[in-house]
Design a protein around this ligand. Structure first.
Ligand SMILES: Cc1cc2nc3c(=O)[nH]c(=O)nc-3n(C[C@H](O)[C@H](O)[C@H](O)COP(=O)(O)OP(=O)(O)OC[C@H]3O[C@@H](n4cnc5c(N)ncnc54)[C@H](O)[C@@H]3O)c2cc1C
Length: 399
């Protein structure tokens, strides 16, 4: 594995760094620094428009649909710079998930209808996969779609649907053949969220924000022309999409920023009158997290080297999800621990840049508890870490 970037790759890194440094609006950067995960919809839409104007709106798409044509190393460099510059996460559902599916399997009409509004940020999507009772065992899903003339009539419910309350469209897995083997009777539908019969109910998460929802379908008529690919072949497209969902999930750049923030906090927080950074036991835990992060980065580079040699990432990419989310959770916990009790209170508006009241605790603690609580879910969503371990056990270790 060659770990040295070429002169062209370094020039590309400088170009990306300069663009992100100059074009990311300061107030959006400040909000990301404060709130980390919570990005208001207006900020993501505004930032997506800036990326799109640069031609970088959808780095992973094929060039003919507005992608960049970057190779694996360029994408890696871009991701690392993007996270290090405190850019808001792009809404993944359109750009990273359904966009590539439509590019690969959509009809010409579906491409025409959806790709432009996704890449410009005008149309937001949500993911209707999980159901009450069907999460890890996704193939057991029971939301039913029955053909009736030119439409399917859909009944059932989806749960944990992130941002369904903002989304204009949903991509959704439905059961079209209840008698076939679970994976064989599923279809992949695109649904306009304004269709009569769709009801979105909020689920407020432990950090007090509204990202999650339960969505109910009551005789919802979805044109058959909104189906991706063949009827009952939805599992194939769903798996293709999950492969895209898990790329970039290691979050090395983001965790590196967290290490910096942790050290800055530990430097000024006191333990027995001395900086916590002088506490050997605490310092050892920071080092341990840093070592795990470095190991993760090398694993990512190894997978990248394979990709560069023409080998697509295999099931071992699951290690990126497991280790990336675990390191992130450890770093969040260490920051809270360093601050102690004053990390606990977080008024709902504490991350509002216009708020004119001082924070209850130290300014460097704002948003940390919210981030820690929200990211508790990182080892669950996108396929839980236990399921990722099962994948490694079966497909890599052949157990
Ligand atoms: C914050 C958040 C956002 C989400 N956003 C979305 C979204 O936008 N769209 C969407 O469709 N879904 C979304 N999800 C749902 C997510 O994909 C599921 O929560 C996840 O797949 C786990 O399913 P489950 O919640 O039904 O848990 P279960 O599958 O019931 O699992 C419960 C526990 O048992 C373990 N377990 C289950 N099966 C096995 C096994 N075979 N071996 C070992 N352990 C096992 C799991 O790891 C877990 O710890 C979101 C979830 C969260 C928390």
């Amino acid at each position: 594995m060659d770990l040295v970037f070429t002169a062209e790759e370094l020039a590309f890194r400088d170009e990306v760094r300069e663009f992100l440094g100059n074009k990311l609006p300061t107030e959006i950067r400040d909000r990301v620094r404060l709130a980390s995960s919570y990005v208001p919809r207006e900020d993501s839409v505004r930032w997506q428009a800036i990326l799109h104007a640069q031609g970088w709106g959808a780095p992973n798409w094929p060039v003919e649909h507005g992608g960049t044509g970057w190779n694996a190393v360029q994408k890696y460099i871009y991701d690392a710079e993007y996270q290090a510059a405190d850019c808001p996460r792009q809404s993944p559902f359109g750009i990273s998930m359904v966009g590539p599916v439509i590019c690969a399997f959509g009809t010409p009409e579906q491409k025409k209808q959806h790709l432009g509004p996704i890449i410009s940020g005008e149309r937001l999507w949500c993911q209707g996969y999980s159901e009450p009772g069907s999460g890890s065992d996704l193939a057991s899903l029971s939301t039913r779609a029955v053909p009736d003339g030119d439409d399917y009539v859909v009944n059932g419910s989806k749960i944990w649907t992130s941002h369904a309350h903002h989304a204009n469209w949903m991509f959704c897995l439905v059961r079209t053949d209840p008698d076939a083997k679970p994976q064989r009777g599923i279809s992949f539908l695109l649904m306009d969220m304004t269709t009569p019969g769709i009801k979105v109910e909020p689920i407020i998460s432990i950090d007090g924000h509204h990202y999650l929802n339960q969505v109910f379908f009551d005789d919802v008529r979805v044109p058959i022309s909104n189906r991706i690919g063949e009827e009952n072949m939805g599992w194939t497209y769903a798996k293709f999409l999950l492969g895209h969902e898990r790329t970039g999930i290691a979050g090395v750049g983001k965790s590196k920023r967290k290490v910096e923030r942790l050290k800055a906090i530990a430097q000024v927080e006191l333990d027995g009158g001395e900086s916590i950074l002088k506490n050997t036991a605490f310092r050892a835990r920071i080092s341990q997290a840093e070592v795990s992060l470095q190991a993760l980065e090398f694993t990512q580079l190894r997978i990248l080297a394979q990709e560069k040699a023409g080998q697509p990432p295999g099931p071992e990419a699951s290690t990126l999800k497991i280790n990336g989310t675990e390191v992130e959770q450890t770093l969040n916990e260490l920051m809270i621990e360093a601050i102690g009790n004053y990390a606990a209170p977080y008024p709902a508006d504490a991350q509002d840049l216009e708020r004119n009241e001082p924070p209850i605790g130290p300014a460097h603690g704002v948003g940390l508890m919210q981030e820690r609580l929200l990211r508790r879910a990182a080892t669950i969503y996108g396929g839980s870490n236990e399921i990722q371990r099962n994948i490694i056990a079966k497909a890599v270790l052949e157990l």
